[in-house]
Design a protein around this ligand. Structure first.
Ligand code: R5P
Length: 286
């Protein structure tokens, strides 16, 4: 097995190769003066099963993924597995208004042209994977998040909304603590309202878990509400730290005690590695 690291995910790809005890090959990707992507795998033949680790976010990484798929195929890969730590466009998983594209499906239909298997991590809607003609699975970061917080005296794990409740339950299960969820209403792209809740947070060290932090609106509103409800500490962990529009600065400047993300998107707080859960899924030979 050979792991090829695309430019979005080199650290994770290297760690995966170490854990799986297989060869790591780094794609040499640069940009032409006009911004177009150039990539080359300089290690000669790839006469083995090849795993490409690369995000499909932001847009420039989608093109790099397509080019890597072609390069790997031309170098003789026996099979191609795509490990997509953060699957971009998964949130437009259906038509919300007439005239829209079904973006998550469009992505799948293009990616499947040159691959044999696909693995995503905490994809926003797992249902999207049905669009792949090849086997496609989603692995959960919950165990990695729980391992990080195991010795940090968490009393309660909370999801900011019902949609994230299963994730909170899974993390809480690994930690052996209770879980619950809050009630979120989205008011606009950036503003959300978290309703006051009967969840008992008084004096507790709470961990909020979510799949994505984008603008940070959800986490800021949840933290504010939890502090009003008497929480002693508010820790935040999400899988994908998208952090649009200066969100990370706003969050680190707020009264959150700790904010961590997984390394599906690499940033200054992505200290939770999903390499273990991804390696275990790859080893299981699904
Ligand atoms: C929503 O369904 C997601 O699980 C996240 O809660 C959401 O994407 C977070 O977005 P933001 O950080 O912009 O509130």
């Amino acid at each position: 097995m050979i792991i090829v690291g695309g430019s979005s995910s080199r650290d994770l790809a290297k760690e995966l190769a170490q854990r799986l005890g297989c060869q790591y090959v780094q794609a040499a990707t640069t940009r032409f003066p006009d911004g177009e992507c150039y990539t080359r795998i300089e290690d000669g033949e790839l006469d083995d099963d090849v795993i490409i680790v690369q995000n499909t976010y932001p847009d420039e990484n989608i093109v790099e993924m397509f080019l890597l798929q072609d390069a790997v195929d031309r170098l003789g890969a026996k099979s191609i597995t795509l490990v997509i730590p953060y699957y971009g466009y998964s949130r437009q998983d259906r038509i919300f208004k007439p005239g829209e594209p079904e973006s998550a499906k469009v992505m799948a239909k293009h990616l499947e042209l040159l691959c044999d298997r696909v693995l995503t991590v905490d994809i926003h809607k797992e249902d999207v994977l049905r669009w792949f003609a090849c086997p496609a699975i989603d692995v959960k970061a919950a165990r990695a998040i729980a391992d990080y917080f195991r010795d940090r005296e968490i009393d309660l794990v909370l999801a900011p909304d019902l949609g994230a409740a299963a994730r909170a339950e899974e993390v809480a299960g690994y930690l052996g603590v209770p879980h619950d969820h809050l009630e979120k209403t989205r008011l606009s792209g950036t503003d959300v309202r978290i309703a006051p809740s009967t969840v008992d947070c008084e004096g507790k060290n709470v961990l909020i878990v979510d799949d994505i932090i984008a603008t940070g609106g959800t986490i800021l509103a949840a933290t504010e509400q939890l502090k009003l409800m008497g929480a002693k500490g508010v820790n935040v962990a999400c899988t994908h730290g998208v952090f649009s529009k200066g969100a990370l600065e706003r969050l680190t400047g707020s009264n959150i005690d700790a904010i961590l993300t997984c390394n599906t998107l690499e940033n200054e707080v992505s200290n939770i590695s999903v390499a273990n859960v991804v390696a275990d899924a790859l080893k299981s030979g699904w």
